[in-house]
Design a protein around this ligand. Structure first.
Ligand SMILES: [Zn+2]
Length: 314
């Protein structure tokens, strides 16, 4: 969703809260999160109440043995945040739309957030919600390559790299999903593990360059010999029909431009989070419901399809 649409749709904190409420109780029946009853009463909070982070309305469970007080954001990441929901919604949009990522400093400027720490926290919490874990195994043609963040790409053919802690393995299905993995070594055991986790058994072809550990890794991972194709970069060959690693390399270069352009330098400790954020955005570059999915992830709700959530006026 573009920032103009988000600004129109979510002009007030109340609209954001209504949206979360609808996401939480899609059938429109508000239920107590503690006892499950729908006998609840809604209370409006006066706007001039001192504590600004209090949401505009809340509910009280009418079940005499329960009497739970709750709001649509109870139990979600938004509940303890003192930031207006509107700031969260705008931050999500900015992060989803920034192809190369957006720094906490830039978020702070764009959203007029008082302190850098607050912006940093916001940036990181949204980034965390973008961690996908295991993806569906990739089929068709899969490209695998490795790169080094913040250092030189040492020559191939010298066996597994060790001692270099900022290696990134990229696995990308041609015209499909991307997965970026931070690892501290590229032995054939390690590569095999990631191949097993991410490549389907019935894959048509796996393309790598001539980096020495790949053949062993393919055998370990059960990728049948003839399915593994090697492009001989050392011999100056970069494309041989379908055999190339150009699309995973282009993802690497976009990530690196992001790291250099937006973040200047990133801590290795956080590298996987940046990779996850990048992969998440990359894999949803044409998904209309990426915004909804991200809000749902932050809430810990099951995301609803875009058309269900937007079918009625919130
Ligand atoms: Zn209750």
């Amino acid at each position: 969703m573009d920032i103009r649409t988000v600004t129109e749709k979510f002009a007030t904190d109340e609209q954001c809260l209504q949206y979360i409420q609808k996401m939480r109780w899609p059938d429109g029946i508000v239920r107590c999160p503690t006892c499950g009853t729908d006998k609840v009463k809604r209370y409006e909070r006066p706007k001039n109440e001192k504590n600004k982070n209090r949401r505009a309305w809340f509910f009280i469970c009418l079940e005499p043995s329960c009497r739970e007080q709750f709001s649509p954001t109870s139990g979600t990441i938004f509940h303890d945040s003192h930031l207006p929901l509107i700031v969260w919604f705008h931050a999500i949009t900015l992060m989803l739309n920034a192809k190369k990522g957006i720094s906490a400093k830039q978020l702070q400027r764009d959203l007029g957030i008082g302190g850098y720490k607050t912006a940093w926290y916001l940036n990181h919490r949204i980034r965390e919600a973008m961690a996908e874990g295991a993806l569906h195994p990739m089929g068709g043609i899969v490209e695998i390559d490795e790169t080094y963040i913040g250092g030189k790409h040492h020559g191939h053919g010298q066996g597994p790299h060790t001692g270099n802690k900022d290696i990134v393995i990229g696995i990308r299905q041609r015209k499909g999903k991307l997965r970026l993995i931070h690892t501290d070594n590229t032995t054939s055991e390690t590569l095999a593990k990631y191949i097993r986790e991410n490549v389907a058994h019935d894959v048509e072809m796996v393309v790598t360059d001539e980096f020495a550990p790949y053949p062993g890794a393919m055998i370990r991972a059960g990728v049948h010999g003839s399915k593994h194709k090697t492009i001989k970069h050392k011999a100056g060959v970069y494309v041989e029909g379908d055999v190339h690693t150009n699309t995973v390399e282009s993802a690497f270069s976009l990530f690196k431009r992001g790291v250099i352009g937006s973040f200047h330098k990133i801590s290795i400790k956080h590298l996987q989070r940046y990779l996850d954020e990048f992969g998440y955005r990359f894999n949803r570059r044409e998904a209309p419901d990426a915004f909804i999915e991200t809000v749902a992830r932050l809430c810990g709700f099951k995301p609803l399809p875009f058309n269900v959530l937007t079918s009625e006026k919130a």
